[in-house]
Design a protein. Structure first.
Length: 245
């Protein structure tokens, strides 16, 4: 009799906890690998602590999945999930070594979310995000390159669009990143951080009691906020256009 297969898709918080939790429960019940096996599928070998992608130092943001999964006996498969066959109970995975099919008896789909970029002119060419580790690393690399360029108006002006939790974290971390750049280049070029949102108040989804605290933190971190119903766009990497909505 073949071992039952528990397959978890995604190595984020939900997927990682599902895989580790399943392995621990099987161990508690006394089931060995000959009875049931747990496999986690992820596009790379890391669990990314996504909520920390706004930080200046990203070294601690990625945790090797094998360090967590190996000790509890969970197998890791690296690749992109290309399809799920419900009738045959199989998952198709594409990796650098080609396509493979994984059978399952129980399937956990925890592939997470992905940033949806609005169709704003210039956003794809000149915009940045902290949705993924690679996106956050790209932003930090861009910031590092700024002071190697000739001085220009707005060179150290950063506009963070969206005053939810992620936007607030990104905006409050930005002055520290820019001060570090100033120190590295031994310069005191002025910088500005602007937090923009379509709602009339910052952190509007967090309730009235949270707003004074948020506004105090923004002020302490020298992050100004421009709150109005606006549309943003740019075809020029040095400028952002805004229009009343």
């Amino acid at each position: 009799m073949r071992a039952k297969q528990i397959v978890v898709l995604g190595g984020g918080f939900a997927g990682l906890w599902s895989a580790v939790g399943a392995a621990r429960k099987l161990d508690e019940l006394g089931y060995g690998p000959e009875a049931a096996a747990v496999t986690l599928v992820n596009r790379d070998g890391y669990h990314c602590i996504r909520v920390r992608n706004y930080e200046a130092d990203l070294h601690a943001v990625r945790v090797p999945l094998d360090d967590v999964l190996g000790p509890v006996g969970v197998r890791r498969v690296e690749g992109e999930v290309a399809g799920i066959d419900l009738a045959e109970q199989t998952v198709t995975v594409i990796s650098v070594n080609g396509q493979r099919t994984l059978p399952y008896d129980r399937l956990v789909v925890a592939l997470g979310s992905q940033l949806l970029r609005p169709n704003v002119p210039g956003l794809a060419e000149h915009g940045f995000d902290v949705d993924t580790y690679n996106g956050a690393a790209r932003l930090n690399t861009h910031l590092q390159s700024l002071l190697s360029l000739p001085a220009s108006a707005g060179q150290l002006t950063v506009v963070v669009v969206g005053a939810g939790l992620t936007g607030i974290e990104a905006a409050t971390a930005m002055p520290g990143k820019l001060r570090a750049l100033q120190a590295q280049a031994n310069t005191m070029r002025p910088f500005r951080v602007i937090l923009a949102d379509h709602n009339p108040r910052v952190g509007s989804d967090m309730g009235a009691s949270a707003r004074p605290v948020i506004e105090e933190v923004l002020a302490a971190h020298e992050a100004a906020h421009a709150l109005a119903r606006r549309r943003y766009g740019s075809r020029d990497p040095r400028r952002m256009a805004q229009a009343s909505g």
